[in-house]
Write a protein that binds this ligand. Structure first.
Ligand code: 5RP
Ligand code: MG
Length: 216
């Protein structure tokens, strides 16, 4: 299966996010209500996007850290299909979210990998039934000069071997995608690479075309 294209709406208002996604929503697979937008407007954008895009996967990138059960109910009741948990959360927080996800059809939890985490933890997440991880180059690390390296590929490979659906993100541009060609990437998440492009609709289609060229 081709990697899905997920676009992160890290806008500071729903109005701005809507103006952006309207340009390329039809071309993408997953609409992410980004952490920045969640902080700005809570679950309101999730509700509105669910109504506007009934056939798209909607992700609430709340990067939850505790109270998994309650946060999951809030995200899923608002209309999200997927939500995120930060990797330093207790595994019981992840399990709490996943249990709520499993009460719906095709709902899921993405574990956001930031900072320090270990493969022992990753094994525990798999053993607990978690299926998705997001391999993330943080926005701030990127701004400080971090590029994509062999070490990143090695970790992605090990996560795939553990049986995770592995998603990649962090300042991705179309030209970056070929670097990951040897791995069965689940989703490619782009934010600024599409939202801030001169022609966002064209940028979304360019991402889709490159995904099909590499993994097709
Ligand atoms: C940052 C995020 C972003 O949504 C993700 O990194 C995609 O955005 P960009 O392509 O602009 O980095 O979760 O924490
Ligand atoms: Mg995000």
């Amino acid at each position: 299966m081709l990697p899905k294209l997920q676009v992160a709406l890290d806008n500071t208002s729903f109005e701005d996010a809507l103006e952006s996604v309207t340009q390329y929503g039809e071309f993408i697979d997953v609409i992410e209500v980004g952490t920045i937008l969640c902080v700005a407007e809570g679950m309101v954008p999730v509700r509105k996007l669910r109504a506007l895009y009934p056939n798209k996967i909607i992700l609430a990138d709340i990067k939850g850290a505790d109270a998994g059960n309650i946060l999951a109910k809030q995200c899923y009741e608002a209309g999200a299909d997927w939500m995120t948990v930060i990797c330093c959360a207790d595994v019981q927080t992840m399990v709490g979210m996943k249990k709520v996800a499993n009460t719906y059809e095709n709902h899921d939890v993405q574990i956001e990998l930031y900072g320090d985490w270990t493969f022992d933890q990753a094994k525990a997440w798999r053993d607990a039934g978690l299926e998705q991880v997001v391999y993330h180059r943080s926005r701030d690390a990127q701004a400080a000069g971090k590029g994509w390296e062999q070490e990143d590929l090695d970790k992605i490979g090990k996560l795939c071997d553990l049986g995770f659906k592995v998603t990649i993100t962090g300042g991705l541009n179309v030209e970056d995608l070929a670097f990951f060609k040897d791995y069965p990437i689940y989703c490619v998440i782009a934010g600024r690479g599409i939202r801030d492009a001169e022609n966002p609709a064209q940028a979304a289609q360019d991402f889709k075309a490159e995904i099909a060229r590499i993994w097709g």
